[in-house]
Design a protein around this ligand. Structure first.
Ligand code: 3HC
Ligand code: NAI
Length: 697
């Protein structure tokens, strides 16, 4: 059983022992009910303390059990909490570090709660597409009041125990205890051992002067902020029941909503994301205990679009950065941009002037490589030209101390070639940030053929420190994300050739949930970048079919927002995308030249062709070992490419559609003479899984 039972004087102490965070899996649940029963039957026991071993009181229901019969196996969490609440002897929760989800619900079933300061308190179920399903929506409003409880439940945000304990009238915590919280809880329990009746949260009333008006306000605001996600609004409905209904009827409402939410695709996607994010940080052949190198000082080469943003990540984490440039004016421009970005944050109230000063004080600049001789990590972000990279890496190899990690932010070049410019390829790695590098969550960590394991482990840990979602990619053209987006863009081009307009394609995928359609995205990023890449790519692969429409657009000088004209027209200084008659005419002529009679394409076909293009390339990437698992691809797309969160990433979405259906659709698309049949040959991995009725996950 994942709980221990021991007697400390007149008090029985039940300690949850289910690492890593004392998830309330079946064997922990059994441990609690057994302990409560033993305590009832032992006349020498006057009170009970429940606590958690290790780094949490409890992180909540064991998410690994979701979807399996174990989650409902007896005793389920509701009956465990009922048994605790019904104990004839007082039960005191001794809470430290983390009390979340079902863990907090368990604590709310106890008669008293003693908490250590600094404990993270949350009901984060909404982030898994659920709501608290073991009484949280009914009990939390009774101890914290309607507004605070609803805020916590509908946002899933974490609060610190001392903040909640300081709220006037709160009944969540009976004592905040410095030092040994279990000792404090035992003392507390001994003290209240004879007090009767036992206080039960369920017997409290939720008080509010105008609950109905507040709930209506909450429905409006939560509804507006959570489109695509059903759970937040359902949280409001369940909390409303804590006011409008007796306790048991409120519990029934909560239970029904919880069960319904558990079956939604949104919840499935969000739970997938929770594990995918954690799985991404694990590299199959790099053990978790691989020693890491200390990174106390960072160098950045190039103060352009990427260099400045990359530097900001480290400054924000308190790590000093030296930026190197070739010319003083480029350096001055880069530093001014960093300052301007921070000043904008101060203006918006997101950063204090003091923090701005602290961060800029950590930033130094130089024109001389010698100043990088004691940095622990250098990230190169110079022009995307292999000769320039060669020059930089040779220079770094000369000056950097042994053991320094040499990273490149290249988006298209071969990291192994770059590593070969040095005499220490084991220390070379790709760190592919996304623009704007200080904002975008994704960091592709590119593992070269010779990259040392401790270099990878170090970069992954550092990535977490600078709050990035890190995904390891092998070396290939475009790595994971851009290699897939190229196929997506090719399909988008074929759709134009066949009769769709840029605005129809964009609207269809935006309705699906993408932050931005491919053409608005092209205008934002600059269509000339893709043009440049295509020129190289299709010289290397002259047989590859693609739509020439994007090239024609660039030949018209329509590079996007920066030229106030791209796939759309723009009013200078504004970002609104206005459908362009020039582009419509260009496409019409282009179709006529190809001899294609335009047809009406449904939004469903548009979405399928674009998303399945990603899926097929993703399957190839997994098969080739460029990504070690399909969920890594989902993380790349969720964190870096605006893929709709509620769909869990392209591979997860394909799983929910059924891979058999995905392959069947691809076979249909292959018959379209205006598409490219070879494009739709299913990747062998996809074909095999579809055949066997399996999924990527
Ligand atoms: N069940 C099972 N495993 C869990 C878990 C849970 N509730 N919460 C965390 N874990 C696991 C993680 O998967 C990870 O495992 P790994 O090492 O094998 O990858 C490990 O614990 C550590 O997690 P983190 O990497 O996130 O560690 P941190 O120290 O950064 O954070 C935490 C710890 C604050 C507990 C964080 O993991 C967290 O926020 N967890 C989510 C908790 C949650 O959502 N609870 C609600 C569950 S649903 C519920 O209770 C339903 C109920 O209402 C009926
Ligand atoms: P940029 O042109 O804005 O900046 C490059 C900077 O490097 C310039 O300031 C230039 O003066 C400097 N530089 C050139 N040669 C140098 C040298 N030998 N030594 C020191 N500094 C030198 O380019 P950007 O967009 O910042 O790209 C940099 C790298 O990041 C490229 O490899 C690019 O592929 C990659 N990248 C770019 C992304 C983007 O969206 N812009 C996204 C991800 C990666």
């Amino acid at each position: 059983m994942s709980a221990t039972y021991e007697i400390r004087g007149p008090v029985a102490v039940i300690t949850l022992t289910n690492p890593p965070v004392n998830g309330l899996g079946l064997s922990t649940r059994k441990g609690i009910t057994d302990g409560i029963e033993r305590a009832q039957n032992d006349a020498a026991v006057k009170a009970v303390v429940i606590t958690g071993a290790g780094k949490a009181f409890s992180g909540g229901a064991d998410i690994r059990e979701f979807g399996s019969p174990l989650a409902y196996a007896s005793p389920d969490l509701l009956s465990v909490i009922a048994a605790v609440e019904a104990s004839s002897k007082p039960v005191v929760a001794a809470i430290q570090s983390v009390v979340m989800g079902g863990g907090l619900e368990l604590a709310l079933g106890c008669h008293y709660r003693v908490v250590a300061p600094g404990t993270q308190v949350a009901l984060p179920e909404v982030k898994l597409g659920l709501l608290p399903g073991a009484g949280g929506t009914q009990r939390l409003p009774r101890v914290l009041g309607l507004e605070t409880a609803l805020n916590l439940i509908a946002s899933g945000d974490t609060a610190k125990s001392e903040q909640l304990a300081a709220l006037p009238g709160q009944k969540l915590f009976d004592q905040v205890a410095d030092g040994d919280v279990v000792a404090a809880a035992i003392a507390f329990a001994t003290n209240v051992a004879d007090r009767r009746p036992l206080p039960r949260v369920r017997d409290l009333k939720v008080v509010h002067t105008d609950a109905e008006a507040y709930l209506q306000f909450a429905r409006n605001t939560v509804g507006a902020m959570s489109k695509n996600f059903p759970a937040p609004l359902q949280c409001v409905e369940a909390v409303a029941a804590s006011i409008n209904k007796p306790f048991d009827a409120g519990m029934q409402v909560e239970r029904e909503i919880f069960s319904a939410l558990m079956l939604t695709p949104e919840s499935r996607a969000q739970r997938h994301m929770f594990f995918a994010e954690r799985a991404a940080s694990k590299i199959p052949d790099v053990p978790a205990d691989t020693p890491v190198r200390t990174i106390a000082k960072v160098g950045v080469i190039g103060a352009g679009t990427m260099g400045g943003g990359i530097a900001m990540n480290f400054l924000n984490a308190g790590i000093p950065v030296t930026i190197l440039e070739t010319k003083q004016d480029a350096l001055d421009r880069g530093l001014a941009t960093v300052r301007k970005n921070y000043e904008a944050q101060v203006k918006k109230g997101k950063l204090t002037q003091e923090k701005l000063d602290q961060r800029l004080a950590l930033l130094s600049s130089t024109l001389a490589y010698d100043d990088l001789k004691d940095v622990d990590l250098v990230i190169e972000a110079v022009f995307e030209d292999i000769n320039v990279k060669a020059q930089v890496f040779k220079a770094l190899d000369e000056v950097c101390k042994p053991g320094a990690i040499l990273a490149s932010n290249t988006s298209t070049l071969d990291v192994d070639k770059i590593a070969a410019f040095t005499k220490r390829p084991q220390d070379v790695v790709g760190m592919h940030f996304f623009s704007p590098a200080n904002v975008m969550k994704l960091l592709e960590v590119v593992r070269g053929a010779k990259t040392a394991k401790d270099v990878l482990a170090t970069v992954m840990q550092l990535g977490k420190k600078i709050r990035k979602t890190c995904v390891v990619s092998g070396v290939c053209d475009g790595f994971i994300g851009n290699r897939m987006i190229e196929q997506y863009s090719r399909q988008a081009g074929f759709l134009l050739d066949e009769g769709a307009s840029p605005q129809q394609v964009d609207k269809a995928v935006e309705k699906f949930g993408f932050a931005m359609g491919p053409f608005r995205m092209g205008d934002l990023a600059g269509n000339d970048i893709g043009w440049y890449i295509r020129k190289r790519r299709y010289i290397e692969q002259p047989d590859m079919r693609y739509s020439k429409s994007a090239d024609l657009l660039c030949e018209l000088g329509r590079y996007g927002q920066k030229t106030s004209a791209g796939w759309y027209d723009y009013v200078p200084g504004k970002r609104d995308a206005i459908p362009s008659p020039v582009v419509a005419e260009m496409l019409e002529k282009h179709r006529a030249a190809l001899g294609i009679a335009p047809r009406r394409i449904s939004d469903e076909e548009i979405v399928q062709r674009l998303v399945y293009a990603l899926v097929n390339e993703g399957a190839k990437i997994v098969e080739e070992g460029i990504a070690s698992k399909a969920s890594d691809i989902d993380m790349v797309y969720l964190a870096g490419y605006g893929f709709p969160l509620h769909r869990g990433g392209p591979m997860c979405y394909a799983d929910t559609q059924g891979l058999f259906n995905v392959v069947a659709a691809m076979k249909r698309f292959a018959k379209n003479p205006n598409d490219d049949a070879s494009f739709w040959v299913p990747a062998p991995l996809l074909a095999k899984l579809a055949d066997e009725g399996k999924t990527f996950s």
